[in-house]
Design a protein around this ligand. Structure first.
Ligand code: SAH
Ligand code: SF4
Length: 441
């Protein structure tokens, strides 16, 4: 979502006649787009701001702005979440902050920072901010300035109404709002005309998308009808919004990839209750079974948090048990990290010691690695159509990277294929994270 938002910001600034430069050393304005969802992003941001000033002070040969102090702006969730801290920190040399719903105001904020006629006459100690959250802003009238490529991100809704107790998103990105089906389809047509082959629909809770009487299943159907787009993916969904209608669209529409991300978070019903996830372990596993029944061959991935407030060893074991039972193809795993302003941050104690969180995440990762390896090995000898998305690594510049329909990463050695091409491959080897293929077409 942040990559996508940065593309929006580029577009807004270019429209306001700003030029993008290839390196921050040459920039008059540097924007840091931040995330507040996990870990201590602020320390990273502080270090980054310091580094930018330091580098500029020491002078960089080959740059026109040697020694010239850039304006620095902080964007994104952290801007909303840590407004007071950012504004109050006198040692943090930044000029302005803008939240995720304020990007259209960026040209005005920059002008304000520069003061009258851009001569830098403003009071330098006064940081300028706009972190107002909107109930309506979807940037549906901004065509993001994307790098050319194979996959394009497209946010179809913003914000979230769920208030899972651990999560900062509803506070930093505001309430849920969706773009119209027609508007999303129009942008997808433009993407196809620009040469993109795959579109990934984005939203904090993407499958709760609804606009007037159209739901996410309707949107998927409409987007996949766009000629030139070969694949449609979506992330991140919530398990509560998977009606049969949506699963049937995924099952029968050949352009919609057979991969569903199904965030579990915990396998303990007590912890799921504390997280306010609105499903039980039993309901979750029943949904996973149903998805596999309705969409044969579907790949499932998940998100898991370890060490949420009061989680016991036995409850963590229940999470491991669900992982074993569902057999996800892959999992993103996180140690619980308390977020300022969330319900858990206000009401519960972050009482699982860091060492225990680490122990649990190590065990969880070991188990998932085993499962992913077993699942990936089962692909050996099978044929997949892969869409080539990237080329070259440090060790082998010729290697091509593509994705199978189920989102598995597949490598292919050379062979004169171009990025954006679909190639039929037979899988000849597998590791927990990657399949190796040879072309058969
Ligand atoms: N909307 C999606 C999740 C989006 S956030 C859903 O409801 O499932 C992406 C992931 O970050 C979450 O699934 C969760 O696993 C993780 N996450 C969010 N807040 C966190 C926190 N405070 N500590 C640790 N992990 C967190
Ligand atoms: Fe956060 Fe996802 Fe819950 Fe929304 S549904 S509050 S984004 S975890």
């Amino acid at each position: 979502m942040n990559s996508y938002d940065s593309e929006l910001v580029r577009s807004i600034l270019v429209k306001a006649k700003y030029a993008l430069v290839p390196s921050e050393d040459e920039a008059d304005v540097v924007l840091l787009n931040t995330c507040a969802i996990r870990e201590h992003a602020h320390q990273k941001v502080y270090n980054r701001v310091h580094e930018i000033h330091q580098k500029r002070r020491s002078g960089h040969k080959d740059t026109t702005s040697q020694g010239h102090k850039p304006l620095i702006g902080i964007l994104g969730c952290m801007a909303t979440n840590l407004r007071t801290e950012l504004l109050g920190n006198r040692r943090l040399d930044i000029d302005f902050i803008a939240g995720p719903d304020s990007y259209k105001r960026l040209p005005a904020l920059i002008r304000e920072c520069l003061g009258d006629e851009g001569r830098g006459t403003r009071d330098e100690r006064r940081k300028i901010f706009d972190v107002t959250l909107s109930e309506f802003e979807t940037y549906s009238d901004v065509y993001p300035r994307r790098e050319r490529g194979v996959n394009a991100w497209l946010a179809v809704m913003r914000g979230c109404n769920n208030f899972c107790t651990f999560c900062v998103v509803p506070y930093t990105r505001g309430r849920e709002r969706s773009r119209s089906v027609e508007n999303v389809v129009e942008e997808t047509r433009q993407l196809a005309a620009d040469g993109f082959k795959q579109v990934t629909l984005l939203g904090q809770n993407v499958n709760s998308y609804h606009c007037e009487d159209r739901d996410f299943a309707d949107l998927l159907e409409a987007v996949s009808g766009v000629e030139g787009i070969e694949r449609v993916r979506f992330t991140s969904p919530h398990p509560k919004d998977f009606p049969d209608k949506l699963l049937e669209v995924v099952a029968r529409n050949p352009k919609v990839c057979k991969h569903i991300h199904l965030p579990l978070q915990s396998g303990s019903n007590r912890i799921l209750g504390l997280m306010d996830r609105t499903y039980t372990r039993e309901e979750f596993t029943a949904l996973a079974d149903k998805i596999r029944r309705l969409i044969p061959g579907v790949a499932l991935s998940t998100d898991v948090i370890v060490g949420f407030c009061t989680e016991t060893d036995a409850e963590f074991e229940e999470t491991l048990a669900v992982l074993r039972a569902v057999n996800f193809d892959s999992a993103f795993t996180f140690k619980y990290s308390e977020r300022k302003g969330t319900i858990a941050g206000r009401k519960f104690k972050d009482d699982v010691p860091e060492a225990i969180k680490t122990e649990r995440i190590v065990r969880l990762n070991e188990l998932q690695k085993e499962i992913s390896l077993k699942k990936n090995r089962a692909h050996i000898g099978k044929t997949h159509e892969i869409l080539l998305e990237n080329k070259g690594s440090k060790h082998s510049p010729e290697v091509l990277y593509g994705r199978a329909d189920g989102n598995h990463l597949v490598t292919l050695d050379g062979g004169g294929w171009a990025l954006g091409e679909s190639v039929k491959v037979r899988v000849i080897d597998a590791s927990p994270n990657v399949l190796k293929g040879v072309a058969i077409s």
